[in-house]
Design a binder for this molecule. Structure first.
Ligand code: NAP
Length: 245
């Protein structure tokens, strides 16, 4: 049976790549696509979509997902910047409508593996920082992936992290990054980059760096299509791709 997929944000970089990926998949069909200015609710009502994909902008994602869930359409969303409490509230709406809502900060399967390996490493290293590097059009900082990685590290750590105190003098504001929990995150924005992240662990006499590079937007498509094919098995919020692997 073909899964009917709607793509919202379809004129954007991720949206266009999703449209191509859906059209190329034999078991999926593109039943509609919309972008800013289109009537999403009317399009969904007319199309009988089985799944809606959302890649837009941080300030629009909440309302877009709400519209999709109100229409009882399961959602696969990748737009970053939605606060956790708002995502959870949308998760409750999804549950009340009997559909799933996947919000994944990163659809690259290599990133899910990076987080898995980092959770293993943090059991043995008590000092860790994150560097995330993205293209210069990215609107939010730090990336949703970096925040998620920091939260996962804090949960997996068996000892307090980054406890050394050396009386640091910071002469340029922000030079030590922004701190999530106790983990510094450094955000770099430059043309030429796409989406990259390093989790760097320091120990006596050794440094372990776990790095992932997404080299073009196709890196995200296997994860997006996996989610499109499996979201119907879930109800409410699913907050990472890992839950579907
Ligand atoms: P983009 O190229 O700027 O595309 C965003 C699209 O959404 C544009 O077509 C934009 O239109 C449109 N838009 C703006 N406001 C809207 C609204 N209110 N309703 C509907 N559409 C609206 O950005 P992108 O590179 O595709 O990235 C989109 C999002 O996905 C970002 O948050 C990015 O961080 C995230 N992302 C996530 C992953 C992941 O794996 N989870 C991977 C890559 C990117 P205009 O250009 O006319 O404003």
């Amino acid at each position: 049976m073909t899964i009917r997929v709607h793509v919202h944000g379809a004129l954007g970089r991720m949206g266009r790549t999703c449209v191509e990926a859906v059209q190329a998949a034999e078991d999926l069909s593109l039943c509609g696509s919309t972008d800013v200015g289109d009537d999403l609710a009317a399009a969904l009502a007319a199309e009988r979509a089985d799944v809606a994909i959302e890649f837009t902008v941080p300030e629009a994602v909440e309302q877009n997902v709400r519209t999709m869930l109100e229409a009882r359409v399961p959602v696969v969303a990748g737009t970053t910047g939605l606060p956790r409490a708002n995502a959870e509230e949308l998760g409750r709406l999804a549950k009340s409508k009997g559909v799933g809502f996947l919000l994944a900060p990163n659809f690259a399967i290599g990133v899910v593996l990076m987080q898995r390996f980092a959770r293993e490493a943090v059991r043995y290293f008590k000092d860790v920082e994150i560097v995330e590097l993205h293209h210069d059009k990215k609107l939010d900082a730090p990336s949703g992936t970096a925040l998620h990685t920091a939260d996962e590290l804090a949960k997996a750590a068996e000892q307090p992290l980054n406890q050394r105190k050396v009386g640091e003098v910071v002469s340029v504001e922000g030079a030590r990054g922004g701190v999530r929990g106790s983990i510094p995150i450094h955000s770099i924005r430059l043309p030429g980059l796409l989406a990259h992240q390093e989790v760097i662990f320091g120990g006596q006499g050794q440094v372990l760096t776990i790095r992932h590079d997404a080299l073009d937007r196709h890196a995200f498509m296997p994860g997006v299509l996996l989610a499109v094919r499996s979201i119907h098995k879930h109800r409410g919020l699913v907050d990472s791709l890992e839950a579907l692997l």
